[in-house]
Design a protein around this ligand. Structure first.
Ligand SMILES: Cc1cc2nc3c(=O)[nH]c(=O)nc-3n(C[C@H](O)[C@H](O)[C@H](O)COP(=O)(O)OP(=O)(O)OC[C@H]3O[C@@H](n4cnc5c(N)ncnc54)[C@H](O)[C@@H]3O)c2cc1C
Length: 419
């Protein structure tokens, strides 16, 4: 039935490749073309702010043999310039025209740039792709000082990589604390401590007024009037969705491309997945884009299955991780204002497990350097399990036993999981 059909995926990232592979797994026998403006063999983005900065090795998302096995035609270094829904055609930057029965947009996001005097000077970098990472890695080898503008995960990971090379680092953050929106004040403070203990200066409630230098940046002027010397600046001030193709094609977009549970946009020809897709994750309960690797993969796989005719909704609780120094932060779900945050310190510093409790039930969980406990905490969060605060807070609670007992109807009433 599908043999004569053609699906085109725009974007060979986590979502696009998971979708293409899921189309095959779900019986799509037609032609699949994946187009990406980036010339590199598709690579994982998370290592770009971590391992890549020291070993300069791109990690392929899938082995090259997979494209052959799945009969996926990869067109790299080719941008899509225009979608024409009325005649189902796609214009590419190499002057070709693809005719598709369905199009999937997994175009992701672009780094936001600062619009201040001096922003075009050399050595003011953003970090989104392999070329950015190569440029940053070269600058880190040249030495500091480094100013990171924006205390998000990518900015802090870059700060950690630079400190590991003995570079003097300052992080400039507009809000009260880095990571505040992502993890709330309790956890943000703990993560900041990892940096300040290693000598990173974190300057909060400030923004950049201007960059100065002759050709390349030499200093950064802050809104407080302070001036920071800088050999390199990394701007990590958020992202903007790559939704230009969709908007130009008349597709409904808000912050990203608005899609339904299956990934369909307002135009039945165009679907979207991953960072670009404003969708409703059942665990978050509201529409929005989620910028996590694991979510992009799972959402892409579900949308790919749906495009192949097997309607699939991604119901997984959102998950992300971040590596800073030798530490790993992992989080399932998202906290909301009004949640109570209960932190259980690990026996080895600075580890912890944190629970966001909403209406008496665990709604999200995070952990630093506790990979086994965070998996149990995930189960508590995804099933919205009610657990007394003291049990969550007590370091002796065996979370795996707790999960087993709470899941078993026989023992639900009488739980003793203290170690
Ligand atoms: C430096 C960095 C570190 C990160 N670290 C983590 C982490 O530790 N943990 C975590 O959970 N998440 C992390 N993320 C986020 C994660 O990588 C993203 O959520 C994920 O890559 C999104 O996948 P995607 O397929 O939706 O989009 P992307 O991976 O952004 O892929 C989009 C692709 O579309 C292509 N494209 C765009 N427009 C066009 C066009 N017009 N024509 C052709 N091609 C086009 C782009 O070239 C790109 O390859 C990190 C992101 C970055 C940048």
């Amino acid at each position: 039935m599908t043999r004569n059909k053609h699906h085109v995926v725009v974007g060979a990232g986590a979502a696009g490749l998971a979708a293409a592979s899921a189309m095959r797994d779900n019986g799509f026998a037609g032609r699949i073309t994946v187009v990406d403006a980036d010339p590199h063999t598709p690579y994982e983005r998370p290592p770009l702010s971590k391992e890549y900065l020291s070993d300069r090795r791109l990690r392929e998302i899938v082995a090259e043999t997979e494209y052959r096995r799945l009969d996926i035609e990869l067109r790299l270094g080719v941008g899509v310039c225009r979608l024409r829904p009325s005649d189902r055609r796609i214009d590419t930057s190499d002057g070709e025209e693809l005719v598709a029965d369905r199009v999937l947009l997994t175009t992701g996001v672009a780094a936001r740039r600062l619009d201040v005097p001096g922003a075009a000077l050399g050595n003011i970098l953003t970090l989104r792709d392999a070329a950015d990472a190569a440029a940053l890695s070269a600058r880190l080898r040249a030495g500091g000082p480094l100013v990171v503008v924006g205390g998000g995960f990518v900015g802090l990971e870059v700060a950690a990589a630079a400190v590991d090379r003995g570079i003097d680092v300052t992080v400039v953050e507009l809000g009260e604390l880095p990571l505040l929106a992502a993890v709330g004040p309790e956890i943000a403070r703990r993560i900041c401590r990892l940096h300040t203990e290693r000598g990173v200066r974190i300057l909060t409630r400030r923004t950049v007024d201007a960059f100065a230098g002759s050709r390349a940046v030499e200093s950064v002027r802050l809104s407080t009037g302070e001036r920071l010397d800088a050999a390199t600046v990394v701007v990590g001030c958020g992202v903007v969705p790559n939704d230009g193709l969709a908007r130009q094609a008349g597709v409904a977009c808000a912050d990203g491309i608005t899609v339904d549970d299956l990934g369909r946009s307002s135009d039945p020809w165009i679907w979207a997945a991953g960072d670009i897709a404003a969708h409703v994750n059942p665990h978050l309960g509201h529409r929005g884009r989620i910028e996590h690797w694991d979510v992009a993969r799972r959402h892409g796989a579900a949308v790919g299955a749906s495009m192949a005719g097997n309607a699939t909704v991604n119901r997984e609780i959102p998950y992300f991780w971040s590596h800073q120094y030798q530490h790993t932060l992992q989080m399932y779900g998202r906290g909301r204002p009004g949640d109570r945050v209960i932190v259980r310190d690990s026996t080895t510093e600075p580890g912890f497990v944190a629970f966001w409790v909403r209406d008496g039930r665990v709604a999200a969980a995070a952990a630093l350097d506790e990979p086994r406990d965070v998996r149990s905490a995930k189960i508590l969060a995804e099933n919205r399990i009610e657990v007394p605060d003291e049990t969550l807070r007590f370091a002796g609670t065996d979370l795996r036993r707790l999960v087993r007992q709470l899941r078993s109807p026989d023992t639900r009433r009488d739980v003793d999981v203290t170690g």
